[in-house]
Design a protein around this ligand. Structure first.
Ligand code: ZN
Length: 473
């Protein structure tokens, strides 16, 4: 018995003591708002090129529809299509009171975000990891009473293009990883979206902003190294949508709903238009067919759908928040309500099949292959990839690891590290138990031997039991 226990103990210790040389893996998810997949083609981007050499580059990625900021960012955080996660617009709205809140105010409308789908911060924290977020859409809200444990929400009227602030934010996030031992952080930069809107995607201003993004990518990687994170940090850089040039000044026949024969705003109880190329309408009771037939086919570049007839591929119908009539325009056009009030030179919000709506994707870190270019994939697949790297169980989602796992060096994922960690913990428990058994048995044997030796010579023939009894007195 003693021998068996000793052997078990030696075996367990030999396994537990074996070196587990796989490093725990962390993830930094970065979004540069509105960075179109091909923005590196007309600008020198040495740091993005270096990142592609050291890691993985996708030709492009496909965002979910509707291709606007808050909905597509929430897809990055949840792996769900927009109809499934419910953050269907940048603007919170109430069709009864007709109240609408703009992008920034909507960040603080908790029930808009917290409606059943958990972002990765919460899932990671529930499974024992530590998560943070800086300026990423959705950060201000709580989810089932929980928030990202380290978070920073930008103030109102924040200057999204200040490069010095970008560097400070980068160092802050790297400090979170190093000093607060975080496993996951999402980090948001508001450019080149604003510049793309204001000057258009083909402008010299946009090209300058891409150079600023590129310098920042170099800074981010350098900061990770300075903070001693190179062996454990995996950096994913992507965006929420692309950008497309808007045609105006008599170049095209603009889409203005009030000018369409048979259409009247009086037939609507609520509408969301004058918001780039997309719109949603809630007709008054009994007016749906009238509104629909007036708009359908009214302009060659205006798409009009009843919610239930939306193309399946867009995954933008099956949610109560989506209004009964959905409109979108072809690239080059925006949808105006009463008269044109939009003067951006660039817009997004178009069909996610349009190449101008596709974001870029880069990834670098210990788990990723080096110098690998992969084909396009949907951004719903980034969530299961991140969960896999972190070694956490994902929530129900619309993505699949099969779409992205070819980017990984299979032997280095945290899934394996976590598995080994579990094996390690299990074996440690077994070893602990065996040590106790070992100690008990050894002590027992020693006491027994001691007693045997102490027993008087004349009692040595007596049975063990009686001897024990006598000693007890
Ligand atoms: Zn955006």
């Amino acid at each position: 018995m003693l021998w068996t226990a000793s052997l078990c103990l030696l075996w367990a210790l030999s396994i537990v003591g074996a070196p587990v040389n796989k490093q725990r893996q962390r993830v930094l998810l970065i979004s540069f708002d509105g960075f179109r997949w091909d923005y590196d083609r007309d600008v020198d981007t040495p740091n993005l090129d270096k990142m592609a050499m050291d890691g993985v580059k996708a030709l492009y990625v496909t965002p979910p529809y509707l291709t606007i900021t808050s909905p597509t960012h929430f897809t990055l955080l949840t792996g769900r299509y927009i109809e499934n996660h419910g953050v269907i617009h940048n603007m919170w709205f109430n069709t009864t009171t007709t109240e609408k809140r703009p992008y920034y105010q909507t960040q603080f409308v908790n029930e808009w975000w917290d409606n059943g789908t958990l972002p990765i911060w919460i899932t990671a924290q529930r499974q024992g990891l530590k998560a943070g977020s800086l300026h990423f859409p959705g950060t201000a809200s709580s989810y089932q009473g929980q928030v990202a444990m380290v978070r920073e929400v930008e103030p109102l009227l924040y200057n999204y293009k200040n490069e010095t602030a970008w560097r400070e934010n980068t160092d802050k996030v790297m400090g979170w990883f190093r000093d607060q031992d975080l496993d996951f952080v999402s980090l948001y930069f508001g450019e080149p979206d604003s510049t793309g809107h204001k000057y258009g995607p083909d402008s010299p201003e946009r090209r300058e902003m891409v150079k600023q993004v590129d310098r920042t990518v170099g800074y981010i990687r350098n900061s990770a190294e300075q903070h001693g994170l190179t062996d454990s940090l995996n950096i994913i850089i992507t965006a929420d949508h692309g950008m497309s040039t808007v045609y105006r000044n008599g170049l095209v026949e603009e889409i203005t709903l009030s000018k369409i024969p048979g259409f009247s705003f009086r037939d609507l109880s609520f509408h969301l238009v004058d918001f780039g190329p997309s719109g949603m309408l809630l007709p008054k009771p009994g007016k749906l067919e009238k509104v629909y037939s007036a708009l359908k086919g009214a302009h060659p570049h205006l798409h009009v759908y009843k919610k239930e007839e939306m193309p399946e591929r867009l995954h933008f119908a099956k949610n109560d928040r989506i209004l009964p009539i959905i409109l979108w325009a072809d690239p080059g056009y925006v949808i105006n309500g009463y008269f044109p009030v939009q003067f951006h030179k660039g817009e997004h919000g178009f069909d996610n099949q349009e190449m101008d709506m596709k974001p870029f994707f880069r990834a670098v870190g210990p788990v990723f292959h080096k110098n690998l270019e992969v084909g396009p994939f949907e951004t719903v697949n980034i969530y299961p990839l991140m969960c896999h790297i972190l070694g956490i169980q994902p929530e129900v989602n619309d993505g699949h690891l099969n779409a992205t796992k070819h980017m990984l060096v299979t032997s280095a994922t945290a899934q394996d590290v976590n598995f080994l960690r579990n094996v390690f913990t299990g074996l440690a428990a077994v070893a602990g138990f065996l040590v106790i058994v070992f100690i008990v048995m050894v002590s027992h044997t020693m006491i027994k031997n001691k007693r045997k030796n102490k027993r008087p010579a004349n009692l040595k023939h007596l049975p063990e039991k009686e001897n024990t009894k006598q000693t007890a007195f």
